[in-house]
Design a protein around this ligand. Structure first.
Ligand SMILES: N[C@@H](Cc1c[nH]c[nH+]1)C(=O)O
Length: 383
């Protein structure tokens, strides 16, 4: 790579030019409109915080994927946001600790990671999401999934599908129903992640093999999972998943992959991944989690069972924006010639027109890609 060109952007970072940026703006507005409409208030945390405040709020967060650096002023370690959710957790437990529950908050902005994720080479992504703090039950999960689907559809996504998972599945089963030695748990998780039945048997996880097959269309996969459930350890989760699916009532195609953990660092009993037709990779993710209080003692390693319950989702609309931008129609724009009637132009903007004013005789409607020209009787369409 040529590193001598000062205009070259670092790998995985890119500009959005006007057409893409216009689509991105429309998509963000549509998503925000849905979250706002369902009573979620927007908050705007800073893009940089102390590393500890990102990592300590939820069990399982790893700061190794975050850009970190020493603050030249405080000499403390800081990190660039890689996910809004821990910041919402911090706000909920500090400045909004006294706010009534359930607390509904939403956000939108850029998040950055050191390394790209899987096939997607981007290191900076747009993240828009909503967090429902104070509940992680069926009602909360069903609301959150339904809003995520609605937001994606409002943004222009079609063929939305939702893949349910049980992020703490292995921990739950290993406790009693399908016991594992503490040293075995990680190995079983790893083999489940790679969906390797042979590997699972090799590490003593034979009993977990059927989980690899309880996947696919929700209705059939959940029956298979129910059939595996020795001792009823998963009964309440299976029942909850069925209720969530029923409440969604056909809003999207539903699938189940109970052992899927990729990207679920801190989620507890419920997780979901969102996909949309024609969009490569995932378009969003969400689930239930626990937020540790501000009391340092409360931030135990065991925070998955402690702390305040919450449910939320994050959408990553970049790939959807790329897809939609290709068909984004050019916006109507009225060229305002030199000496135009300013009041008339203001009136047009007030009713939704977009105007471009000539600054000199050299400016032309054509060169400035205007679709209309302000004439004596208002905007006239240009050929
Ligand atoms: N922030 C999580 C998704 C999430 C939001 N709330 C709960 N889970 C992610 O981006 O993967």
């Amino acid at each position: 790579m040529d590193t001598s060109d000062p205009d070259l952007l670092p790998e995985g970072l890119e500009d959005r030019l006007p057409r893409d940026a216009a689509t991105a703006t429309r998509v963000m507005r549509a998503i925000h409109g849905v979250m706002h409409g369902h009573g979620y208030d927007r908050v705007m945390p800073p893009s940089i915080e102390y590393e500890r405040s990102f990592a300590a709020r939820m069990a399982g967060i790893q700061s190794r994927r975050m850009f970190r650096f020493v603050d030249p002023s405080s000499l403390r370690m800081m990190a660039l946001r890689s996910d809004f959710t821990p910041q919402i957790g911090r706000l909920a437990e500090t400045r909004l600790a006294e706010a009534p529950r359930p607390l509904r908050l939403c956000y939108a902005g850029q998040v950055v990671t050191i390394k790209a994720d899987g096939l997607n080479p981007s290191r900076e992504k747009l993240q828009c999401g909503a967090e429902l703090v104070g509940a992680d039950n069926v009602a909360a999960a069903a609301e959150v999934v339904a809003i995520a689907i609605e937001a994606l559809q409002a943004a222009g996504a079609t063929g939305v599908s939702v893949d349910f998972t049980l992020p703490d599945l292995v921990d739950t089963l290993a406790e009693k129903a399908l016991p594992l030695a503490p040293g075995q748990i990680e190995a079983v998780r790893r083999e489940l992640d790679t969906k390797d039945a042979g590997g699972l048997r090799d590490v003593g996880g034979e009993a977990y093999v059927p989980l690899l097959y309880a996947t696919g269309e929700f209705d059939t996969a959940i029956d298979k999972l129910a059939a595996i459930d020795a001792g009823g350890a998963l009964a309440s989760r299976i029942d909850a998943l069925r209720q969530i699916a029923a409440r969604l009532g056909g809003a999207a195609r539903l699938t189940l992959d109970p052992s899927e953990r990729h990207g679920f660092e801190y989620q507890t009993w419920f997780g979901f991944t969102l996909y949309a037709e024609g969009v490569r990779g995932i378009v969003g993710r969400g689930g239930t989690y626990r937020i540790a209080g501000s009391d340092a003692d409360a931030r135990q390693a065991n925070a998955r069972q402690q702390g305040e319950a919450a449910t939320g989702f994050s959408l990553y609309p970049n790939a959807l924006i790329d897809l939609l931008a290709a068909n984004e129609p050019a916006e109507d724009t009225v060229f305002l010639p030199l000496g135009h009637d300013r009041d008339e132009a203001a009136r047009l903007r007030a009713i939704g027109w977009r105007t471009v004013a000539a600054l000199s005789e050299a400016d032309s409607a054509d060169a400035l890609r205007c679709t209309h020209m302000l004439g004596a009787n208002g905007p006239e369409k240009l050929a």
